[in-house]
Every structure is written in structure tokens, then in C-alpha cells.
Write a protein of this length. Structure first.
Length: 350
């Protein structure tokens, strides 16, 4: 029998306590490390997780279309069973037009106050605007940008200033397409981003959400997923900043990390295969005579979004229309007291 002295027992107990606390600290550190890794993986959104949940069974989520009682045939395809990802609305401007800036503020306000289920709202613009003086921007534009910064906090708008010195150093002028090309890397965290022109107004927020939620999206190319390359609702349309200055009125952008430092960017427009889906966003001239449109095309409901474009020719008919008047009222409301040059006629792109 070995007799232990009190000092030996004390040493053993102390050693045991140290071992226990060391193991606890090690375990706590391991748990924190794993949680950090998971958070980083979620933020980076690797491609393997982009399609998780699509087409899953047993989901209880109802899309805005399902909540309104629209059937599958109303939309031309099976409604998506759940959000299944991370989506955002985008507006961008390459020219600091105060009217367009305020129109974008109104757009984001409508999304925020009308309970859009798409929570992220993005506004992209050239970074140099943040460094330009009132003389360079103009008083109205500078004021509009100040209102935008305030609104970004109130309506949860993500402001995305894009460095365009690469393009300007080569003598290229700033265009919407060049801005998007340089800034689209910002969309890595999203499954899809939907661009809409700033000069327009929301007619129905739920129907606007349906553009992203009611149809299967192309997302990343996958030979085992037909919707990625033969999509019923979306037609591929390349971004061509070297040839085009303006973007299509509805543009779906997906940016994927495909590994080895490579990025895959895919862009689509609504397909003509689904007239009802394609008509969710319409130019104002197409709804000037609502009765005629409904008779010819069978559109029983107004669109989700109406857009306008600038033109230097007079168009009294449009200026007197309720669509233009409502848009101007919404724009003026968010930028109260700001003077706009209404001599520039607003007409729709056909």
C-alpha cells in the first residue's frame, strides 16, 4: 500500500483541475472555430450549396403567387416551393441624374413599405460620385445623393460604389453596361439578382416578387439540371458593354464561384415562351390603352412594374397619362422640394 501525503493529493487534484479546464477551453475553441468556418462558408456561398432546397418536397412555404390563388397554369410553370436562396433587387445609374436617383429611392421605398419578401435592395453607382463636388455633380444631383444616403438607412438599401477608373483610364465613357460588368462581382453572395430600370414604378409588389419566386431560375450551369440551360422562363442574353450602353429593362444576373479563382457570370431576360410572365414588367406605351391591350393580349391584370425612358421628342400623351403622373408624384415625394428638369420628355422603350 502506498500512502499519499497531503501535498501529493493536492498536486494530483490541481493537475486534474488544470486538465479539465484545458479540455474545456480546447473544446470551446473548437466549437467557436467550427462556427466561424460555417459562417465564412455561408458568406462565400460555394456553388455546391446554391441549388440546395430547389424542388424539395414537403415545404410549407407559399410564394406570393400561391397566396393569391394563382394556379400553375396561370404562370406557365410550377411555382417554386420555397425561397431556397438569397435574392436581391438591383437598380444602377452611370450618370448622376437627380430624377433617376429619386426614382430609385421611391422604388426601394415601395419594396420596404409593401412587404416584399425579397429583402436585399442594391443600388450601384460609380465610386467617383463620392468624391465629386457640387460644381461637378450639380446641386440637384448632390442633394439627391444626400437623400439617397439617408434613405439607405431607412429602407435598408445597400449602396455599391464601383471603381470605374479601369474603364475611364482607357478612354471609355461610363455606361450602365460597363458599370454592371465592373460591379457584378459584388453579387457573389446572391443566387440571383434582378435588375430593373430606375425610371419606373412598382404597380404590384407581390407580382414583382413572382418574377424571382414563381419560376425555376437558371442559376449556375449544371448539365444535370435542365433548367440551368433550357429554361422555360428565362432566355440567355450576354452582357455586351463594348456594344451596348443600356441594359434590358428586365435583367437577371447570377454570379458563381466555380473554383480555382474562376467566376461564372450568367445573364438572362424573360422568355417570350411565357407571355404572362414576360408582361410582368412592361413599357408605359404598352399600357397606355389598357382596354386595347387586354383585348389583344389577354392581360386582365396590370403589370408589376412600369418603366419609362428619356427621349428628347415631345410626348404629350404620356405626360398626361396617369402612369407618368403617379410616377412623378412618387418621385417628388421622396425628394420633396428638389427641382427636376421636366422639359426632358419621358417616353417608353417599346
Amino acid at each position: 500500500m502506498v500512502l499519499l501525503t497531503s501535498s501529493t493529493v493536492s498536486a494530483i487534484v490541481s493537475f486534474g483541475v488544470v486538465c479539465i479546464f484545458s479540455l474545456m477551453l480546447f473544446w470551446a475553441g473548437y466549437v467557436v472555430q467550427q462556427q466561424s468556418v460555417k459562417n465564412i462558408q455561408h458568406a462565400l456561398r460555394p456553388p455546391v450549396s446554391r441549388h440546395g432546397g430547389f424542388g424539395s418536397q414537403g415545404s410549407t412555404f407559399q410564394s406570393p403567387a400561391q397566396k393569391r390563388g394563382l394556379s400553375d397554369s396561370d404562370l406557365g410553370s410550377d411555382p417554386r416551393p420555397s425561397l431556397g436562396g438569397n435574392y436581391a433587387y438591383l437598380q444602377l445609374l452611370s450618370s448622376p441624374d437627380p430624377s433617376d436617383i429619386c426614382s430609385s429611392i421611391s422604388f426601394f421605398k415601395q419594396l420596404a413599405t409593401n412587404n416584399s419578401v425579397i429583402q436585399d435592395r442594391l443600388f450601384m453607382y460609380p465610386e467617383e460620385w463620392d468624391r465629386m463636388s457640387e460644381k461637378q455633380l450639380g446641386k440637384s444631383a448632390l442633394t439627391a445623393l444626400s437623400i439617397l444616403r439617408t434613405a439607405s438607412i431607412k429602407y435598408d438599401i445597400w449602396l455599391l460604389p464601383i471603381d470605374m477608373t479601369e474603364a475611364s483610364s482607357k478612354g471609355y465613357s461610363a455606361t450602365d453596361t460597363k458599370l454592371l460588368r465592373l460591379g457584378q462581382i459584388q453579387f457573389m453572395q446572391y443566387d440571383s439578382v434582378l435588375y430593373l430600370p430606375s425610371r419606373g414604378m412598382i404597380m404590384d409588389t407581390e407580382k414583382l416578387d413572382d418574377i424571382l419566386l414563381s419560376q425555376a431560375l437558371p442559376l449556375m450551369y449544371d448539365k444535370n439540371r435542365p433548367d440551368s440551360y433550357d429554361n422555360l422562363a428565362w432566355t440567355p442574353m450576354s452582357l455586351r458593354p463594348d456594344r451596348d450602353a443600356n441594359l434590358p429593362p428586365v435583367y437577371l444576373i447570377t454570379v458563381n464561384n466555380i473554383g480555382s479563382g474562376n467566376v461564372q457570370a450568367r445573364t438572362h431576360v424573360p422568355s417570350s415562351n411565357l407571355p404572362m410572365f414576360q408582361a410582368l414588367v412592361r413599357g408605359s406605351n404598352k399600357i397606355m390603352s389598357q382596354d386595347e391591350d387586354e383585348h389583344r393580349d389577354g392581360f386582365a391584370q396590370p403589370p408589376a412594374y412600369v418603366y419609362f425612358e428619356s427621349d428628347h421628342q415631345q410626348s404629350i400623351k404620356l405626360k398626361e397619362s396617369s402612369y407618368y403622373q403617379n410616377w412623378r408624384a412618387q418621385r417628388n415625394e421622396v425628394c420633396d422640394g428638389l427641382d427636376f428638369d421636366d422639359d426632358v420628355t419621358v417616353t417608353s422603350d417599346d
